[in-house]
Design a binder for this molecule. Structure first.
Ligand SMILES: Cc1cc2nc3c(=O)[nH]c(=O)nc-3n(C[C@H](O)[C@H](O)[C@H](O)COP(=O)(O)OP(=O)(O)OC[C@H]3O[C@@H](n4cnc5c(N)ncnc54)[C@H](O)[C@@H]3O)c2cc1C
Length: 362
């Protein structure tokens, strides 16, 4: 197994990097500030398994509200997106089990960092349209057996257990599979693979599994926006330092009016992305039980991930040739930000959610 390397290894961040809880105190409760400070001090290394264990030891994996996910993900993504990946996939794995009140011992060990869980929804013939799931469950003894392939499953190569969605009669059930067989896929800056299920033993979590899957994605979607904001914040920080130190035409790049304007544009985009993300997170936390927040979550994810892509593109541009060197942070940010516009609801799919909200369904 080839472990992903820590691709944005960096010393601790720019001194004075503002915390969300300090800049936007009106969005947060008292417990969020110490949590954000703890996430800012976190520095994982090694495999996903190592990072999950370290996150557990740092007390960052406990179940918390959506604003907590956001402050943690923004900090982790800023420094090293592999830490963010380790963090959020545990959340995706635990949430369906928690919502179904199932397998508390599995949840407890995942939340302590002792066990790596993954979330297995996507299949080769069922991506955006998960109703096309083909993986099948059949009863066997007191349990079930699953057969089918899940692909693009984050952290699959490192996992100890998988929450898997599979066809069970006319419904899609939710199952738990201990030590699923896996094979690796290759996506830059990511740990990812397939679940190769072939008559694999499984435990039933819930017969109506799709509602658990959708509720899990709805809970976590605003935090994708927070990860995007973390990557974009890092891009702006790198760019600020670079244009203030790189000299051309006898002065720092930061003296050039066009460069100043581009950096100002990055800051405006980042501010609006951050506000849309915070609104989506707050809205989820303030929602009454059963209240749907799909519209604001979709808006937050689109605004933040699309803005982060543009901010990071400008960062690469302002770094010139250095910006496309393999070793440069902004080049790595460029690769890291791209999947955020695809997973947990591709931008185009989320626009259909927004259109339905505005226009109603036809
Ligand atoms: C890095 C990464 C990590 C992932 N991690 C996980 C994971 O841990 N667990 C998991 O289950 N899945 C995971 N996924 C899978 C991810 O959720 C899917 O890639 C995503 O749902 C899109 O499905 P697809 O790739 O099959 O694209 P398709 O569904 O084939 O769609 C391709 C494109 O077509 C367009 N499109 C599709 N449907 C519509 C529509 N209704 N309206 C308008 N446009 C549309 C969009 O532009 C979309 O991007 C991951 C993917 C990536 C890239």
């Amino acid at each position: 197994m080839r472990w992903p390397r820590s691709w944005i290894a960096s010393p601790r961040p720019t001194p004075g990097r503002p915390l969300l809880t300090a800049t936007y105190p009106y969005v947060f409760d008292p417990e969020h500030a110490p949590l954000e400070a703890r996430a800012a001090a976190f520095a994982g290394t090694g495999t996903i398994r190592d990072r999950v264990a370290a996150l557990g030891a740092a007390g960052l994996l406990a179940r918390r509200d959506t604003r907590s996910l956001a402050v943690v993900r923004r900090q982790l993504a800023w420094r090293d997106p592999l830490d963010d990946l380790a963090f959020v996939i545990q959340e995706l794995g635990c949430t369906p089990l928690e919502r179904a009140n199932a397998l508390p011992e599995v949840v407890a060990s995942a939340r302590s960092g002792a066990r790596v869980l993954v979330f297995g929804l996507t299949e080769p013939n069922a991506g955006s349209d998960v109703r096309g799931i083909e993986t099948r469950a059949v009863p066997h003894g007191g349990g079930y057996r699953l057969t089918g392939t899940k692909h693009f499953i984050s952290n699959a190569p490192d996992c100890d257990g998988a929450v898997v969605f599979a066809r069970l009669g006319e419904h899609v059930g939710c199952f738990f599979v201990e030590q699923p067989p896996t094979s690796a896929q290759n996506v830059a800056a990511h740990s990812i693979g397939r679940l190769e299920l072939d008559d694999t033993p499984a435990v039933l979590v819930a017969e109506r599994g799709l509602s658990l899957a959708f509720a899990t994605l709805e809970r976590c979607r605003p935090s994708v926006a927070a990860a995007a904001v973390g990557l974009a914040t890092r891009a702006l920080d790198e760019t600020r330092t670079y244009v203030q130190t790189r000299r051309q035409f006898g002065a720092p790049l930061a003296a050039l009016p066009v460069v100043r304007h581009r950096v100002a544009e990055m800051a405006v985009e980042l501010e609006s992305a951050t506000l849309a993300m915070l609104h989506a997170c707050w809205k989820r936390d303030a929602a009454a039980p059963g209240e749907r927040t799909g519209y604001t979550s979709a808006v937050g994810k689109i605004v933040a991930t699309e803005a982060a892509q543009r901010i990071i593109d400008t960062a690469v541009q302002l770094h010139g040739g250095v910006g496309v060197e393999e070793s440069s942070v902004v080049q790595q940010l460029y690769r890291a930000v791209r999947p955020l516009r695809i997973y947990e609801g591709a931008t185009d799919v989320l626009y259909t959610v927004i259109a339905d909200h505005v226009l109603g369904t036809v």
